[in-house]
Design a protein around this ligand. Sequence first.
Ligand SMILES: [Zn+2]
Length: 470
Amino acid sequence: MLGLLRTGLPVLRAAAGPQLQARSSQHDASAHARLLLSQLFQPLNLQVGGVAGCEGQAAELGCRSHRLMLQGGLIHPASPGCYHLLPPAVRSMEKLIRLIDGAMRNIGGQKVNMPSLSSAELWRTSGRWEQMGPELFRLADRHGKEYCLGPTHEEAVTELVAAHSNLSYRQLPLRLYQVTRKFRDEPKPRFGLLRSREFYMKDMYTFDASEEAARHTYELVCTAYRSLFKRLGLRCVQVRAATGTIGGTASHEFQLPADIGEDRLVLCPAGHFAANVEMVDEKQTACPACGEKLTQSRGIEVGHTFYLGTKYSSVHNAAFYTPENKLQLAEMGCYGLGVTRILAASIEVLSTEDSIRWPSLIAPYQVCFIPPKKGSREERGAALLERLYDDVAEALPRLAGDVVLDDRTQMTIGKRLKDANKLGYPYVVVAGRRVCEDPPVFEVWDQSSGTVLYLTKEGVIELLSKVQLP
Ligand SMILES: [Zn+2]
């Protein structure tokens, strides 16, 4: 079932005729750099109802993003709640991480990378070794020393900062973040990457000199989160939330409204009020600001912010020197974004029942080229389309790696166009009937507007020059 779509890559080259072969030998380097769909490690299983791999009952796939990600060759199940991320998913995730890095840099974030193995001692100091219960993956080394696989890093980062005993007020605010794998022993992992046991998270930890400064940091990060989701074209609501095992005194969740979501939200239709249902008194049915009846919605939590105060800095003694040269505990905040969860959640909310739709900025590939079927009347268009592919690569080198050539020329254009639509490339370029005109005219399918454009080579390059990459 998982057979890769190997069709033999010489087909196109052989069909291309003497003119193209001459060009290929002159431009060997660019010819070899073509990204051929038949060579990508993306086990497609796009038939309706078809699901790659051995994943259990149909009920477990009751979620659109999970099914589409399996069918589109983005993920492959490894063990319950754990997935291989296949090359297109990794490309998308790396783009998302570049966006997140930019957003964190804009607010003075400095990137670190802390170990996944975290000593039990550290967690006992904060009291969370017991408090976390069975959600913590625990293990012991050969000397019997206990560890957990970090689900979050408040203890680790606070100890790290505390170890720098000469921290000065001049170094504050200090905003450290990382994008790493996190682990949680979910009782019921489900919905693919939406609730898995191993996942990527961006977690930022901030240290400020006063409560006022820490509140300012809190607002900055929330604003950065809102603009990140806006750039991705995702509707996101910021709701008041409980602080749970992280602790602290204020907290917000960033939720993508979706029926499959596991959180229940209470919202004012005019946007004055938004909270997780667990924060709302059941008698409260009207907006405290405008009196309008509150509505309920389900949401997927993709981000969470906490104002921590000195909860962790007091335990690990993370202190700084004030201008008066006195030691004072830092005021902390912590800020998470579920990286792999954002990938799945955006597919969940943007896709149709059988076709993946990406936030176009983080689509794994931006463009798919579809040459004519071998033996068809337009076959000589194959050479023209290949040449266009090479011209695009030469004119727009920043798109290198983002342009796929669907070389499965034993299939009709229509079938491959259908597949391309299911995989959600933002642009699809086809050598259709008008490719034989002089000059050749190509069909360009624009996914975001759902329109087809008929463009010459110059027109295609002009259009694709506007493609945004993170
Ligand atoms: Zn209101």
